[in-house]
Design a protein around this ligand. Structure first.
Ligand code: SF4
Length: 374
């Protein structure tokens, strides 16, 4: 489901889009006035960020709470390392959490960035960025969002900081993240690069440059309003005549690589187009000749096993027969064990293994296609 959410960036560029804006200078204006959307993945991240801001896990589901706790543990570790303090002092540290920092340039441009957590001791600071999913995120040296945050934080301290460290905390990838250091002498250069990029993003003549990274979450792509994206994505596979002119069974290994490299872009384009067709018919049932929206199937979930068992018994069913119908979700069982034992992390995994014992069957899923690691 998609709902509108408030724009805290007040219509200006933001650090969170820095990497994408750099790749496509036309991206910011192409998305202007298109509604912000809330997705399930974004909502998952928002809930954990909100809990980290309040330092209170109330309301998180079990999986979210595990990520929340891991973020706190890793943060205390990197804070202790960066400021050369003990773990207990690091855990008691009171950083600035989820604050948005702004810069207003003399040419009237503005730019901001929300920093998840910023620790400051005298003239040194450590900026922390939480990533709550497992997807690829550039480490802090190549991370354009963190570079912007360094500039914004430093600017808000009138350029008086001598050193700013940055770190991406992504528990589903690593518990030992690397800290990148920006010294005073780096600041002017990164600030200049940020201003140039923001100026390009606000220039109506800047080109739109399609590509996998920048188009993936661009609202202009999903709203179907970017010609450059349409041309690039639609032709990603089809324009390659070497693929179209021969049957798949005769593709050379090089042709297979072309297809696999482009398949994701083509699939995303097809999905975007399909959603656009559905939106049209939803707005006007006669918009597309010969097509309509069919009602979705209703799926029912049994929620009260005890009551169902009682009625099952009344018609002569035994407990053994009833248990044959029951499937236990490993995630739900883990959550329940965590609630009983209060165990977390590896201890919880061991508790789960001990409870399951040998009472499970394993099914190996079909292999999936994946890029080989270089
Ligand atoms: S869809 Fe792609 S090319 Fe078009 S504005 Fe967005 S990022 Fe740029």
């Amino acid at each position: 489901m998609q709902t509108e959410i408030k724009d805290e960036r007040q219509g200006w560029t933001s650090a969170s889009s820095a990497a994408m804006d750099k790749r496509c200078p036309g991206r910011f204006l192409a998305q202007k006035n298109l509604p912000e959307v809330k997705t399930d993945a974004a909502e998952h991240g928002r809930a954990i960020h909100e809990a980290l801001k309040k330092q209170d896990a109330t309301g998180l589901d079990f999986g979210q709470e595990e990520i929340y706790q891991a973020c706190r543990t890793i943060e205390a570790k990197v804070v202790a390392q960066f400021f050369s303090i003990d773990q207990a002092t690091a855990e008691a540290s009171k950083p600035f959490r989820e604050q948005r920092y702004w810069i207003h340039w003399k040419d009237d441009l503005q730019h901001s960035g929300q920093i998840d957590s910023a620790h400051k001791v005298k003239t040194r600071a450590l900026i922390v960025e939480y990533k709550t999913l497992a997807g690829d995120v550039p480490g802090s040296p190549e991370n354009a969002q963190l570079r912007d945050q360094v500039c914004l934080f430093d600017h808000n301290y009138a350029g008086l900081l001598t050193e700013i460290g940055t770190v991406v905390i992504q528990p589903l990838v690593t518990h030992s993240p690397k800290i990148t250091i920006y010294k005073r002498e780096h600041m002017a250069q990164v600030m200049k690069a940020m201003h140039e990029r923001v100026a390009a993003s606000n220039n109506p003549n800047s080109p739109r440059v399609p590509g996998e990274v920048q188009c993936k979450f661009c609202k202009a792509a999903s709203a179907g309003v970017c010609k450059e994206y349409n041309q690039w994505a639609a032709s990603s596979v089809m324009a390659n005549t070497s693929l179209v002119d021969v049957p798949v069974s005769e593709w050379t290994p090089a042709q297979c690589v072309i297809f696999l490299d482009k398949m994701g872009v083509a699939q995303k384009w097809l999905d975007n187009c399909k959603e656009a067709m559905k939106a049209r018919i939803k707005a006007d049932p006669n918009a597309i000749p010969g097509w309509k929206l069919e009602d979705g199937d209703e799926r029912q979930t049994i929620i009260n096993a005890q009551s169902v068992f009682e009625r099952f018994s009344e018609i002569g069913g035994s407990l053994a027969q009833f248990m044959d119908c029951i499937g236990i979700g490993k995630g739900d069982l883990k959550k329940s064990i965590a609630g009983i034992t209060k165990a977390r992390g590896k201890t919880l995994e061991k508790e789960l293994e001990a409870v399951i014992g040998k009472d499970f069957t394993a099914k190996v899923c079909e292999p999936s296609l994946a890029r080989k690691k270089e």
